[in-house]
Design a protein around this ligand. Structure first.
Ligand code: ATP
Ligand code: MG
Length: 473
């Protein structure tokens, strides 16, 4: 392998394909030591689309031990992130670059993990083991583009296509079924016919894939903001990924307030949550939208007139969502507020400042420090829910603007909804009321908090102490 200095004469294929300097340093170091190295996968795909900012992955003929040695000798920190699969991560100019040895994967007899990983010498073999044509391109600043499967053409035409025989590829690793859906919805691409057929034929294999891998892909779909599209366009795949959603499909709500079945309603709520937040819905809101009515089929009952009811579906939904998100190994930073949103999504509350403060107080138990953002998300979820039922209740969405306005006012005022925010402490209570330490102090603080929340007394120290003396029990 001739030495080549990638950072010297840089062949730029398009204006957007200008690799960051830290990626060139990694290529230079490895190629300077006599190995071959290419930028591969997501960075190439996204750079060709003109969207910068993707992490750089490098594929190389160097065994991982050599990559680690060479990159350390070049002054970079190297973390051995996945050496079983030939991966180390170099930190260059503060940026992580994953460097993986050219490899092919053996069979996936359990549809979970490759039975073996074999390191190879030809980059084309490495590209052939990748999932989609748009993800199977390698690029080098001097040698240019390596695109044996027509990834550029598919990228231009907006097509997601499996590399090789789609059925075989999905059988090897069924997670690719979900990955194909993820890239379709994220990029707004259509799916090639043969790949779509294989997707339907092999979606059931997702049931055998490790839940946390499914969780990662689903989370990426949810965070793409297009989970509603995924639900509507690929229901078979989505119901294999989250089997609890299957019961919602075609489930007639028998309600004058609903024109959609439960599953379609969920999809519309996901889309509306995005629309109401200008595409910036936080992950907990998106997950809550996806799972808010998951318990409807299980809680269904019918009255004598034949109307459907779903008593307690929010509480049961929160319980189911917690189990689902736990199984999918989602972060509790997302799962906990998402479950709270589900629990509260249908609860009546008056449009008053007090009700808003009480909501913040409730949220402060499980979402401490994030109550305000979760409360805004709750109103967005309820708005999205309202416009996804039937035209006659859609106007409720604008009623919800009043709640958001009240919340904004509260935030501007510095709301008090927790004893920690009171301008007096437990010690003050003990002194003012002559109380010994114990549960009585907590009770006084709770009473004081109620009085402040109800506007009976302002949250300032003197006023609170006066109130304590006057109201001590
Ligand atoms: P992003 O991280 O932006 O979602 P990406 O292309 O980097 O996109 P990753 O999941 O990080 O996607 O995977 C990196 C690359 O590894 C992919 O581009 C693809 O070439 C390959 N790849 C990842 N998972 C699989 C898989 N299950 N089967 C085959 N190839 C895969
Ligand atoms: Mg990636």
């Amino acid at each position: 392998m001739p030495r080549c200095k990638a950072s010297g004469r840089t062949a730029v294929l398009s204006d957007s394909l200008v690799p960051p300097s830290y990626a060139l340093s990694v290529l230079d170091a490895i190629e300077g030591a006599g190995y071959e190295a290419w930028i591969v996968g997501g960075w190439v795909r996204d750079a060709l689309r003109g969207s910068a900012g993707h992490d750089v992955d490098v594929t190389t003929s160097a065994p991982w031990q050599e990559s680690a040695r060479i990159l350390r000798a070049a002054g970079m920190a190297v973390v051995e992130t996945g050496t079983k699969h030939g991966t180390v991560t170099a930190i260059c100019e503060g940026h992580p670059v994953e460097v993986t040895t050219f490899r092919v994967e053996g069979s996936y007899s359990d549809h979970r993990h490759p039975d073996e990983v074999r390191f190879v010498q030809d980059v084309k073999e490495d590209l052939a083991r990748r999932d989609l044509t748009i993800n199977a391109m390698a690029w080098h600043p001097i040698r240019g583009m390596l695109d044996p499967f027509g990834g550029q053409q598919d990228l231009e035409s907006g097509v997601v296509r499996a590399v090789g025989n789609p059925s075989v590829r999905f059988e090897e690793d069924a997670l690719r079924v979900l990955r194909a859906v993820r890239f379709c919805v994220r990029l707004g691409f259509s799916i090639e016919q043969g790949t779509q057929q294989a997707l339907l034929d092999k979606a059931h294999l997702l049931r055998g894939v490790a839940s946390e891998r499914i969780g990662q892909e689903l989370d990426a779909i949810v965070r793409s903001g297009r989970v509603g599209t995924a639900l509507l366009e690929q229901p078979e795949v989505m119901c294999q990924a989250v089997p609890e959603l299957a019961a919602a499909r075609g489930f007639d709500q028998r309600s004058v307030y609903h024109i959609y079945d439960v599953y379609e309603h969920i999809a519309h709520v996901c889309n509306a949550a995005q629309a109401f937040t200008a595409g910036l819905a936080v992950p907990e809101l998106q997950w809550a939208a996806l799972l808010h009515d998951v318990a409807k089929p299980a809680t269904y009952s019918q009255d004598v007139e034949g109307h459907g009811h779903f008593f307690c579906h929010p509480a049961e939904g929160a319980r189911m969502a917690r189990a689902i998100m736990r199984r999918l190994a989602l972060s509790s930073d997302v799962a906990v507020p998402a479950c709270e949103l589900i629990r509260l999504h249908d609860e009546r509350m008056p449009a008053t400042a007090l009700a808003v403060r009480q909501l913040l107080a409730r949220l402060s138990h499980k979402c401490a420090g994030r109550e305000v953002s979760v409360a805004f998300s709750l109103f967005d979820l309820r708005r999205a829910d309202a416009v996804s039922k039937c035209p006659s209740v859609a106007s409720w969405a604008s009623e919800l603007d009043r709640y958001s306005a009240l919340l904004r006012d509260e935030v501007a005022r510095g709301p008090v909804y927790s004893v920690r925010q009171l301008a007096v402490s437990g010690a003050d209570v003990m002194r003012a009321c002559g109380l010994p330490a114990g549960p009585g102090v907590g009770m006084q603080l709770d009473m004081l908090l109620n009085a402040v929340m109800e506007g009976e007394v302002p949250n300032n120290r003197n006023a609170l102490l006066r109130w304590l003396v006057g109201n001590a029990r």
